[in-house]
Design a protein around this ligand. Sequence first.
Ligand code: ATP
Ligand code: MG
Ligand code: MG
Length: 306
Amino acid sequence: MIYTITLNPAIDRLLFLEDTLIKGKNNRLQEITYDLGGKGHHGSYAMSQLEIKNQALGFCGTTNKGKLEKILTEKGINHDLVDVYGKSTRESYVILETGVSGSILITEKGFRVTNYDKESLNEQIERKVNATDIVLIAGSLPLGYELRDLAELLSQLKKIGCFIACDLSGEALKKAVELEVNFIKPNRFEIQELISSKNNLLDNLKELAKKVEYIIVSQGSEGSICSHAGDFYQVTTPKVAAVNDTGAGDCFVGSFLSGLSLGKPLTECLSFASACAASKVQHNDSTTFSVKEARILQKKVTVKKL
Ligand code: ATP
Ligand code: MG
Ligand code: MG
């Protein structure tokens, strides 16, 4: 079983404008659609599309719980969320202009979690997670969730003995490395906060590899580098017409862990994850990708040992 934990969930409200955004003018909407904004939820979506048994855990505000659960259910994501009473899950606005690539993102800070909420999550994890499971913690930390709370959660998971994957950034990512989790996937910016600029990337990865079993540094359209068991791999991406790369990393992580959970060889997990993410970037929301297209794109991905 794979569990994903989204500590700071979000509902994305995609606003498709009829035209381009102009100040002082009535900017008419063509359409509004909703999507998941939380990175763990994105990972769960990829796993669900790949028909890998998974459950989305984490916090959820009660005042708009119906809205978040509706999107999760529509996207086929099995979930069991911890209620944050009397508060709402943050809603983000993604403005998409006609004929303009990219988007404008406006986000809320989101709810503050209490000690009660944190204890409820830890109790739930204690009840559910077993040593043979994979747990992915992804995204930012909500207000009230301190680094020491993350350290407590990671220590709890280490005690259980499951495989711990973290798609975190900044101080949270540093904490995950310090506590020697099994997997991290920093992007080209997130890795800078972990390494010394004096050494080259491979030397830095050798150092990090003493603590973390699987490290994948994703580099957008330039692919990724993976470190595992003393070896390094350069993974390419198939050339595609990118529309929106938000969520590419989340799709990569979700599909990579799916492959790993099936016991597939590492090179296969890497090439398939790269193909799924390349399918994702051709869609304008943060989650959509085609499994069928990914299987075709996978043939164009190379994984070379360095
Ligand atoms: P996220 O928005 O999910 O946090 P990220 O910044 O963590 O994304 P990226 O490094 O941008 O992750 O992308 C992850 C992977 O997705 C890349 O390693 C690559 O395999 C694939 N990818 C990203 N952008 C492109 C692109 N333009 N074309 C093809 N593949 C891409
Ligand atoms: Mg990126
Ligand atoms: Mg990312």
